[in-house]
Ligand binder design. Structure first.
Ligand code: UD1
Ligand code: CA
Length: 455
């Protein structure tokens, strides 16, 4: 299968410096969605993207994200037929050509495969749809036997044709040798003075090439985006679809209309997700995980039975089974928590490993640390890991107790079972099993607090 994706249009109505097809839907540029759907078709060739407006930015994006696609340039936008013609030299004659739009992001592989099958054995496959309000679309004109005869654009249509509710989604699969010939025969004799791809339909019919149609499984698959409003609407449609898939898979969503998945969210059994959560990148929630309201979780693995309380941020981290995180906790990249670890409110953890059953329940910064099991990190504890240039590690061995308001000036090690007194500034290693404390002696003085004069 040859695949051509049209993306030369300007997208004026987006009112943006960013090319339209690079605007993200569910966290990923629209064009990347279309490419991914096509790439999942069995036996497909590398997609050919037709660039025009913003072509350099699009090419740069494809390279940067290592998305495999070829590009060709349509210097002037003379119509959809002219756009496909720019890719003609790269098309392999022995297989049909599937034509997609870069601004129709949600087309699903299953629908595309059905469309491709129609194009087998020299026929043309057309993706059409019944629309109660077909205004703006090309109309599918059929003969008395019901066979497709032609496509007529809205701007070229008489009232009788305008009344047709079957529309051209724009997506089609075409036998390639004929396609090349038909594209060269197109003429811009129409209201817009453009080379219409849709005119190949009547050329096919004249040559006796069968034109078969199929509809998308879901109506949102073929929705095109021309404005930010349409993009926002399609985002909500897609998010609701993703939410329904989670519900079908047995996930509890407190409100399917209030979840955002910008990447892939994999859930085990009996996972519960409260409202307002955002999942980015690759996130796994194992069996029985509960996520409280308004959490942001990105590229993370949360093991079975863990509880993530409200307003927690997790980024590139791993949370062990039955751990309890938050509310208002922040786990930054490189955090690895073992089982039954408790990270409480206003605790930030970065690039640290914390072994099982350890706790940091309140107001702490744990950076570049290796913490053993059954360690208690008191409120206000700070690892001083950075001298402005270099980062140093803090090691806290099993069963240590770190008193409140302690500063651990790394590199430093707290031995097994050691206790640090509250307020300690630890600059040397604390021996195992002992109490270590740095503290100014407490004194009491005879002193009178000033008193306000009464008026
Ligand atoms: C096209 C179809 C119409 C269909 C509609 C579905 C034609 C003549 N008409 O109309 O039958 O109902 O899509 O949305 O094909 N593009 C280029 N180069 C160009 C022109 C367009 O790359 O010179 C790209 C655009 O970026 C866009 C796609 O082709 O991704 C469709 O172009 P657009 O102008 O939106 O087509 P419509 O006039 O809406
Ligand atoms: Ca359009």
């Amino acid at each position: 299968m040859n695949i051509v994706i049209l993306a030369a249009g300007q997208g004026k109505r987006m009112r943006s410096a960013l090319p339209k097809v690079l605007h993200p839907l569910a966290g990923k540029p629209m064009l990347a969605h279309a490419i991914a759907s096509a790439a999942a078709i069995t036996g497909q060739h590398q997609a050919i993207v037709v660039l025009g407006h913003g072509g350099d930015a699009i090419r740069e994006y494809l390279e940067k994200s290592a998305i495999s696609a070829k590009t060709v340039v349509q210097k002037e936008q003379k119509g959809t037929g002219h756009a496909v013609l720019q890719a003609a030299d790269l098309l392999v004659d022995s297989e049909p050509t599937l034509i997609l739009y870069g601004d129709v992001p949600l087309i699903q592989t299953k629908t595309l495969e059905r469309l491709c099958q129609l194009a087998g054995e020299g026929a043309l496959g057309l993706l059409t749809q019944i629309m109660p309000n077909p205004s703006g679309y090309g109309r599918i004109v059929r003969n008395l036997d019901g066979g497709v005869q032609s496509i007529v654009e809205e701007k070229d249509a008489n009232p009788e044709i305008k009344a047709i509710t079957e529309i051209n989604t724009g997506l089609m699969a075409v036998p390639t040798a004929q396609l090349k010939r038909w594209l060269k025969a197109l003429e811009p004799n129409n209201a817009q003075g453009e080379y219409y791809l849709t005119d190949i339909i009547s050329l096919a019919v004249n040559e006796g090439v069968p034109v078969h149609t199929t509809a998308p499984d879901a109506s949102w698959e073929t929705v095109g985006v021309n404005s930010r409003e349409q993009l926002a609407e399609l985002e909500r449609t897609w998010q609701l679809e993703l939410a329904k898939r989670l519900l079908d898979a047995g996930v509890t969503l407190m409100d399917p209309a209030r979840i955002d998945i910008r990447g892939q969210l994999v859930c085990g059994q009996d996972v519960k997700i409260d409202v307002g959560c955002i999942f980015e990148g690759q996130v796994t929630l194992a069996d029985g995980v509960s996520v409280g309201p308004y959490c942001v979780i990105r590229d993370a693995v949360i093991e079975a039975g863990a509880v993530i309380h409200a307003y927690t941020h997790i980024d590139q981290a791993k949370v062990g089974a039955k751990s309890v995180i938050g509310p208002y906790a922040r786990l930054r990249p490189g955090t690895e928590l073992a089982n039954e670890v408790h990270i409480g409110n206003f605790v930030e953890v970065k690039n640290s490993q914390i072994a099982s059953n350890s706790k940091a329940n309140h107001l702490a910064y744990i950076g570049d640390a290796t913490i053993g099991s059954k360690v208690n990190v008191g409120a206000g504890t700070i690892t001083c890991n950075y001298d402005g240039v270099n980062k140093f590690r803090t090691v806290i061995e099993d069963e240590a107790f770190i008193g409140s308001d302690t500063q651990l000036v790394a590199p430093v090690t707290v031995g097994k079972g050691a206790t640090l007194g509250a307020g300690t500034t630890l600059t040397k290693d604390a021996p195992a099993g002992q109490l270590t404390v740095t503290r100014v002696k407490q004194i009491s003085l005879n002193w009178q607090r000033p008193v306000k004069k009464s008026k």
